[in-house]
Design a protein around this ligand. Structure first.
Ligand SMILES: NC(=O)c1ccc[n+]([C@@H]2O[C@H](COP(=O)([O-])OP(=O)(O)OC[C@H]3O[C@@H](n4cnc5c(N)ncnc54)[C@H](O)[C@@H]3O)[C@@H](O)[C@H]2O)c1
Ligand SMILES: [Zn+2]
Length: 349
């Protein structure tokens, strides 16, 4: 990770992912801005083709997985070829899943271009597509050979997308490192001005935190749950908004409300819950439910979330900023009493 890495692409590919052929996969926005450049840089190492699909979460589908797979076969990408997933988390997940399944798995390089993709979706090896029943329900674990995060690409990212990525950065601070959380608040201006060295430092620390947790629990049996702070409520809010809210915006609301839940359950420090809410607001992230989203519908959605183990809704809470909450037996999630949940959600309506 760093600034100017796209210029080093030939050297990086030769070193970390040499292949007989490359296929760059990008969405229509990123394909236009960075696609030709990445294709031409990769072509210095091996013949390279560029493939695009229409931008947007609703295009992370099996239909596009199928179309892209056929295009790669038609372009004669062999088992010794590699996919270059260039873009945000939608592209990373979709192109990563194409790489995971083509010939039962070929090499893949993640080249994230959103803050969210740099600090979150490109790390950890999860790939997949959405279905009508829900998001990310079909997929595979498929680790990239290398992740190349060039923070210079963030210069063209729309501001709401940058800020949505900050929700996940603040989450990393909240679950693992109070000093990092404080630093993010102090660097707010430089971050919003997209100062490359500030962004490079941010990406590095967030990746270190996420990779550290994933390394302990790659297939999500235990500790990886701490990364779901804000996501039990956040996923439900995201779905209830009809995906009108960005993921990071929904997670910001989720973190504010899960911190409040933690306070009511005597798990979360009250002063820290308040500080978290203030921090989110300073980045212009939402902390209340948008109009028209009803508490009872959210509870139904949470019950149907694939991550619930039994009938009870569980959430990954924090004890204080920088420290996740543990259950009595050391569990990484806390069961949530329905009435307390309903009370917190109703108060945020
Ligand atoms: N695999 C994982 O572990 C994981 C983790 C978190 C999120 N995700 C997934 O990530 C997805 C969200 O990713 P996202 O927020 O990056 O959304 P995204 O990929 O849709 O990108 C957001 C928008 O920004 C545009 N864009 C991207 N980079 C740009 C740039 N540098 N300049 C200008 N425009 C640019 C895209 O074209 C798109 O319109 C969701 O599908 C989510 O499920 C996956
Ligand atoms: Zn998230």
């Amino acid at each position: 990770m760093g600034a100017g890495l796209l210029g080093d692409l030939p050297a990086l590919l030769s070193r970390y992912c040499p292949a007989a052929r490359y296929a760059v996969i990008a969405d229509s926005h990123v394909g236009e801005v960075y696609g030709p450049r990445v294709r031409d840089e990769a072509a210095r190492v091996a013949p390279t083709t560029l493939h695009t699909f229409t931008a947007g979460e609703w295009n992370k589908t099996r239909e596009n997985w199928s179309l892209l797979t056929d295009q790669l076969l038609a372009a004669r990408l062999g088992r010794d070829g590699a996919v270059l997933a260039l873009g945000g988390g939608v592209t990373g997940d979709l192109a990563g899943f194409v790489a995971a399944t083509l010939y039962r798995g070929i090499s893949c390089v993640q080249i994230p271009t959103t803050l969210l993709a740099m600090i979150d979706s490109s790390v950890g090896g999860k790939t997949g597509v959405d279905t009508a029943t829900g998001k990310n329900l079909v997929g595979a674990f498929h680790q990239p050979c290398v992740v190349i995060a060039d923070v210079d690409t963030l210069a063209t990212l729309p501001k709401n997308q940058l800020v949505a990525g900050m929700a996940e950065a603040l989450k990393h601070g909240a679950v693992a490192d109070r000093g990092y959380f404080d630093l993010l608040l102090e660097s707010r201006e430089q971050i919003l001005l997209r100062d490359p060295s500030t962004l490079a430092g941010l990406v590095a620390r967030s990746v270190e935190i996420k990779a550290g947790v994933v390394a302990e629990d790659e297939k999500e049996h235990g500790k990886r749950a701490v990364l779901n702070f804000g996501h039990t409520v956040g996923h439900a809010v995201e779905a209830a908004s009809g995906y009108g809210l960005l993921h990071g915006e929904a997670v910001a609301i989720g973190m504010a409300l899960e911190a409040e839940l933690g306070v009511r359950l005597s798990v979360t420090d009250a002063a820290d819950a308040k500080l978290l809410r203030t921090a989110l607001e300073r980045f212009n992230l939402p902390t209340e439910l948008p109009a028209g989203i009803r508490a009872d519908r959210l509870i139904d959605a949470m019950r149907h979330d694939k991550k619930s183990r039994d009938d009870r809704i569980r959430a990954s809470l924090i004890r204080q900023i920088g420290e996740p909450a543990r259950g009595e037996k050391g569990e990484w999630t806390t069961p949530i009493d329905d009435r307390i949940l309903a009370g917190v959600l109703a108060a945020a309506e």
